[in-house]
Design a protein around this ligand. Structure first.
Ligand SMILES: [Zn+2]
Ligand SMILES: [Zn+2]
Length: 403
């Protein structure tokens, strides 16, 4: 067979897909706990939803977005991220006040494929719209931290910064530009081009950033309101017991980002790909999309990166595998499995009448906590705890109680 999945895409298969399922389930549970409703937006949008940003972003649009014209001649794009769609949806719905929504799904970017950087990748995200309270920023940062801790991402570190707002950022950008002009000689070609239009992106450049240790940082230029907001976010994180590191050089390249910027880093991973997610405040985005001003803060986590970082979410794949050494009883096996499933157990069996040994192998491969074995005796079954090896005979009718 010569047909293959497109370059930069992956089939998510067992056994890794079991980890994905647990990660998705945990995401659903955590976002519900924090009061975020589910939102599902289209996988494709009008190109303008993503291209309304300025300068640098159009480069991203042209080089990294999957854009196409449909049969009606509409210019569309596969979504490269989730936030713009959610804000577009808020405006389109005529919503007012607070919106707390959670999403998960594939995003698309035309990039050079490598580990942790795929052309189709899966993101988990929340957006908290309609408030500029620093408590919303703290809640969003905490939610990501609790989730990543729960699914056991090793070496997790939370980085937090403030990049100011429309009032104070121009002065910072001026200072940064004059600094960059003095250091132009050490900058790469991309950064030289960006330093006038989008100087903060230069601090993001993996090549240039290490040479710019003494560059001015946004927190030195915050206005009183931004300073108060940032202090309040940090105080609240302290109260919530969320450990974080101030990261004065953590920036966002787009104009509509304001104030809080944060990142979750799995420090055990290779440096280039160790960010498992991040987010920030984007009080200017709704206006960029042609709407009324709507403050908002959100986060996005990369599911592929979380898996790559070695997350180990809890939960066995199966509660119970029902086996039999007696071919004639395979139909009874399905009957019992069906009862177990209706009572809420994750249960499975082998329909092909393989040997008992092979059925135990399957149970082990599926990580089943228990195996129930049907013998010739219709009235009793044997229940084995797969982790302790403990085994006992119980009346057939009492299996579920025993489990
Ligand atoms: Zn550079
Ligand atoms: Zn400010």
């Amino acid at each position: 067979m010569t047909l293959r999945a497109p370059k930069g895409t992956d089939d998510i298969l067992p056994p890794i897909s079991a980890t994905w399922r647990r990660l998705l389930r945990a995401w659903s549970a955590w976002t519900e706990r924090y009061g975020y409703d589910l939102i599902i937006t289209p996988l494709f949008e009008a190109v303008e939803v993503f291209s309304r940003g300025v300068g640098e972003f159009n480069e991203l649009v042209e080089k990294q977005m999957y854009t196409f014209n449909d049969k009606g001649g509409r210019a569309l794009a596969l979504r490269p991220e989730g936030t713009a769609s959610v804000v577009r949806s808020y405006l389109q719905a005529g919503a007012a006040g607070v919106w707390k929504v959670a999403y998960e799904g594939p995003m698309f970017r035309y990039e050079r494929p490598q580990a942790g950087r795929r052309r189709q990748f899966h993101q988990l995200g929340v957006e908290y719209l309609g408030t500029d309270s620093p408590l919303a920023d703290a809640e969003v940062i905490e939610l990501g931290y609790r989730y990543l801790t729960d699914v056991k991402v090793p070496g997790l570190v939370v980085l937090v910064n403030s990049i100011g707002d429309r009032a104070c950022r121009p002065a910072y950008l001026d200072a940064l530009r004059s600094y960059l002009r003095e250091h132009e000689a050490v900058l790469c070609e991309d950064s030289r081009r960006r330093m006038e239009t989008n100087p903060m992106r230069v601090l993001d450049c993996k090549v240039c950033a290490p040479k710019l240790h003494d560059a001015p940082v946004p927190t030195d230029y915050l206005c009183d309101e931004c300073e108060r907001h940032f202090t309040s976010v940090k105080e609240q994180l302290d109260r919530l017991g969320v450990p974080y590191r101030p990261a004065p050089r953590l920036v966002r390249g787009l104009d509509y980002y304001t104030r809080t910027a944060f990142e979750y880093v799995a420090t055990d991973l290779d440096a280039a790909q160790n960010a498992v997610g991040g987010g920030g405040r984007y009080d200017g985005l709704a206006e960029t999309l042609g709407g009324k001003p709507v403050p908002g803060v959100g986060l996005a986590l990369g599911l592929d990166r979380i898996v790559l970082a070695g997350a180990e979410p809890d939960g066995p794949e199966l509660d119970v595998f029902v086996a039999t050494a007696t071919t004639e009883r395979v139909r009874d096996v399905l009957t019992i499995v069906s009862q177990l499933r209706q009572e809420g157990w994750r249960a499975d069996f082998d329909p092909d009448g393989r040997s008992l040994k092979s059925q135990f192998k399957q149970a082990a491969r599926r990580n089943s906590r228990m195996v129930v074995i049907l013998g010739d005796d219709l009235d009793t079954v044997t229940v084995r705890n797969m982790s302790t090896g403990e085994q006992r005979d119980v009346p057939t009718g009492e299996v579920t109680q025993w489990l």
